[in-house]
Design a protein around this ligand. Sequence first.
Ligand SMILES: NC(=O)c1ccc[n+]([C@@H]2O[C@H](COP(=O)([O-])OP(=O)(O)OC[C@H]3O[C@@H](n4cnc5c(N)ncnc54)[C@H](O)[C@@H]3O)[C@@H](O)[C@H]2O)c1
Ligand SMILES: O=P(O)(O)OC[C@H](O)CO
Length: 336
Amino acid sequence: MNAASQIGVIGAGAWGTALAQMLAADGTPVLLWALEDGLAGAINRTHRNELFLPSATLSPAIRATAELADLAACEVLLAVTPAQHLGSVLARLPQAPRDLVLCSKGIEAGTGRLMNHVASAACPASSIAVLSGPTFAHEVAAGLPTAVTLACGGGEEQWQRLAPQIARPAFRPYYSDDLTGAEVGGSVKNVLAIACGVVEGLKLGQNARAALISRGYAEMLRFGEALGARRDTLSGLCGLGDLVLTCSSTSSRNFSLGKALGEGQAAEALMRDRRTVAEGAFTAPVLQQLAAAQGVDMPIVDAVCAMLAGASAAHVVQDMLTRPLKAENQAEGAPR
Ligand SMILES: NC(=O)c1ccc[n+]([C@@H]2O[C@H](COP(=O)([O-])OP(=O)(O)OC[C@H]3O[C@@H](n4cnc5c(N)ncnc54)[C@H](O)[C@@H]3O)[C@@H](O)[C@H]2O)c1
Ligand SMILES: O=P(O)(O)OC[C@H](O)CO
């Protein structure tokens, strides 16, 4: 591969580093931009990212840089910053890439924009795609089998360009053209994973967790369809698939945050001085506002917002359990 078609990765957190490793494991050159002082140099010297992905030994085909300007050589860029920083980082790019693949999961606070809207505004000349699915970074970096949704705003033409560059024997993208569905799935599941962690922290049992996944998925469907997402996208890897993964393991930062809330730790203390990102905590309030604006009932999202604002997890759960009974396929109100 020549320098002009090199793949670049924006963000050397756990997920950006794991994606770089997955792509570079076969010797494909990958340029990885790191924000933190000294991190790019340390990755180049040691082939490790002790700050964000200490479990992995990285391929020498990864070259890290601290200069966004170096990414000008890349026709394909994977954007892997936290959702709240995507717009500001893309605005500093030296030039828009031909293909911009969004790998962050979240909704922008303040504007309520999905990441593809943030990216289109910052890089109007780029063709936007969304890569999302059940993907714990340490497993992808270790080469374990993983499947994702690759939703291409540029349709099948963009897929034909991107799929061969991103697919590997143990990393299998599936085509979609539903950017909204791919992004709603990844954003909403992070909030629901906090709720599932609370269930674990309060020791409410496996039945309660399964109920929460199922009722949470109903909330994801209602919200996604209100925004124009397709039901079949939300039932796929980037929706239900990722919801099941993230709601089942303390490998999830969102689930772990919820577990600590359920064990009685204060939200404010848990969010203070975090180095790693639990996106659900930033998405929950803006998701709640968007759902209210759409007239979509999301009681689990409301409960997560209340706990993040300081309400006691035990009290919030008690309130949820005493809500009026209703039909399973009904959004709100009494049984018909
Ligand atoms: N970790 C995973 O397993 C995983 C998997 C799929 C998707 N994601 C998504 O990828 C995105 C990045 O998560 P991560 O796990 O790589 O992060 P991380 O928690 O490992 O690291 C934090 C990241 O935030 C970056 N950051 C901090 N302040 C910043 C700023 N002001 N501007 C730009 N960047 C800043 C750091 O440089 C670092 O890359 C998130 O949206 C997350 O939901 C993560
Ligand atoms: O650790 P989390 O909760 O950010 O989840 C990581 C990935 O999104 C799982 O697909």
